[in-house]
Design a protein around this ligand. Sequence first.
Ligand code: FES
Length: 156
Amino acid sequence: MMIKKIVKKHGNKKENLLQILHDIQSQNPKSYITEEDINTLSREMIISVSEIKGTASFYTMFSFTPRGKYIIRVCESPPCHILGAQTIFEAIESKLGVKAGETTDDGLFTLEGTSCLGICGVAPAMMINDEAYGNLNEEKIYKILGQIQEKEGGKA
Ligand code: FES
């Protein structure tokens, strides 16, 4: 039903597929696209399941597994890489106990790598959901994550 509505809103042309997938993912509280979503979408748009999966898996912003409430995307493109993206990953991994691609046991955070976020001037950079953070270092990471944990139930 929900998917029907989303398809109707954008029109069931192939060129709208990305926008439709984006909306489907956003309305899922765990920010992912389910198998059932894809099957329904395939029927609604008359596009094969494998084509939808192929398109979606090309983009790192789409996920087929449940994700945390906060999706941390650390930029791995060269400018950020040179200025220490690896250290940023390690700081997050040690603070949250997850590796890239994993979600914390409390379902709060998912850690992912991404290509350039368009804020290379403040490299190394990351985004948490829609919020961008730059000029990162270990200390800043601990502070940002600690603030979120505190807000979510005093686990800092
Ligand atoms: S290279 Fe990291 S934001 Fe552009």
